[in-house]
Design a protein around this ligand. Sequence first.
Ligand code: GSH
Length: 220
Amino acid sequence: MSSTLVLHHLNVSRSFRVLWLLEELGLKYEIKNYTRTPELAAPPELKNAHPLGKAPVLQDGDITLTESGAIVEYLIHKYGPQLQCPEEHYVDNLYFTHLAESTLGPTGSSKLIWQILPGRVPFFIRPIINAVGQRLIGLRLDPELTTLADLIEKQLTKSTSEFLVAEHLTSADFMIFWCIAFFEERMPTGSVGPKTKEYIQRMQERPAFKSAVEKGGPFK
Ligand SMILES: N[C@@H](CCC(=O)N[C@@H](CS)C(=O)NCC(=O)O)C(=O)O
């Protein structure tokens, strides 16, 4: 029987989370690859899959879902009971699953935007934009990112397995991995701890992770 799952995947984006999960679950799916425009936006065709025009978009028969967190939870709920979080880790998994897209992602993205913005504005306002960005990063974004990196390092220190919260992969791994690994080089110097660095390497060595890269390209 042919699969009904279709992943609309944008290169170097959050949809890598879903791609990696689909590979871990060994599900049959179709991947539709989209390439970012020179301005790094999604191409307009992605709006045919969902009006927001952002990746990921997952189609499963009549269901069309966006939001990587919702898609990850949906796939585990419907097709991946083996990755459901055991009760004793429920709260940690809930917390880190949502921390990724509610706080870490937006804070990391804000820093990225302020770092690339000066190169994309007319030269005569570049020094002002640069000064504003550096001040915002220094006063607000970097201290927040340092705290977030510390929370992840503490959780990995508390974890008794190679994963973030449970004895196997759970939604928190797919959600947190992409943020912390994607923003690793943009995190404040020294903020990403040794356990986090090892975790980032370890996840990338998984066969399913490598298959995801083969099918959808690098995650960053
Ligand atoms: N919170 C959403 C974020 C979706 C999102 O912003 N996706 C980015 C890729 S990481 C995108 O499609 N950007 C292209 C654009 O906005 O044009 C999620 O987790 O899925």
